[in-house]
Design a protein around this ligand. Structure first.
Ligand SMILES: CC(C)(COP(=O)(O)OP(=O)(O)OC[C@H]1O[C@@H](n2cnc3c(N)ncnc32)[C@H](O)[C@@H]1OP(=O)(O)O)[C@@H](O)C(=O)NCCC(=O)NCCS
Length: 155
C-alpha cells in the first residue's frame, strides 16, 4: 500500500524531526538552533506546517505573523535532502499561502541568499517578485555571500 502524503500544522511531537531537517539543510552557523526552533514552534506568532508521507516528515515551512501588519513572513522552507525535487517545497508554499490568505494578510515577504539558486527559482516559480537587494543581510556567509534578495508576493 502506498503511504498517503499530507501537510498539517506541526506540533511539539514533531520538534526533534524539525531540528534534524534544519541541520541537514543548513550548516551550523546558518541553521536555527533548538531554542529558536522551539520558540517558533511553541511561542512565536508563527505557524509551522510539515509535509509527511505519514511515516516520515520530509519537510517543513515556517510562517511568521507580526502584530499590527498585514505582511506575513516566510522564515524558511526546508526539505530533507533525501526527498528533494519531488515538489514538496511547492506544496508547503501552497499550504502556507492558504493559511496566510485565511488570516487576511495582504503580502508575503521573505529574504533569500543571493547564492541560493534552488530557493530563488522555487520562489519565482510560485509568483514571488524580487523587490530588493540587502547588502550584508546575514551575519554569516551562505556559500560565499552574506547578501540577500528580498522577495514579495502580493495577495
Ligand atoms: C529550496 C528547497 C526548499 C527546494 O525544495 P524541493 O522540495 O526540492 O523543491 P520542489 O521540488 O518543490 O521544486 C520546486 C521548484 O523549485 C526550483 N528548484 C528546486 N530545487 C532546485 C535546484 N536544486 N536547482 C534549481 N531549481 C530548483 C525549481 O523551479 C522547481 O520547479 P521544477 O521542479 O518544476 O523545475 C530545498 O532545496 C531545500 O530545502 N534547500 C535547503 C534549505 C533552503 O535553502 N531553504 C530556503 C531558505 S530561504
Amino acid at each position: 500500500m502506498q503511504p498517503s502524503v499530507s501537510i498539517r500544522k506541526a506540533s511539539i511531537r514533531d520538534f526533534e524531526r524539525i531540528v534534524e531537517i534544519e541541520n541537514a539543510c543548513f550548516k551550523k552557523n546558518l541553521a536555527y538552533n533548538r531554542r529558536q526552533l522551539r520558540y517558533l514552534l511553541t511561542k512565536a506568532h508563527s505557524s509551522i506546517f510539515i509535509e509527511t508521507d505519514n511515516i516520515t516528515i520530509r519537510g517543513f515551512i515556517i510562517i511568521l505573523y507580526r502584530k499590527r501588519t498585514k505582511i506575513a513572513g516566510i522564515e524558511t522552507v526546508d526539505v530533507d535532502p533525501l526527498f528533494r525535487k519531488q515538489g514538496i517545497a511547492k506544496q508547503l508554499l501552497k499550504a502556507a499561502e492558504q493559511d496566510i490568505r485565511k488570516k487576511g494578510m495582504k503580502k508575503i515577504r521573505l529574504e533569500v541568499s543571493t547564492t541560493n539558486q534552488a530557493a530563488l527559482k522555487l520562489y519565482e516559480s510560485m509568483g514571488f517578485k524580487k523587490t530588493g537587494f540587502l547588502k550584508n543581510y546575514y551575519l554569516y556567509n551562505h556559500e560565499d555571500s552574506r547578501d540577500a534578495i528580498r522577495m514579495i508576493m502580493i495577495l
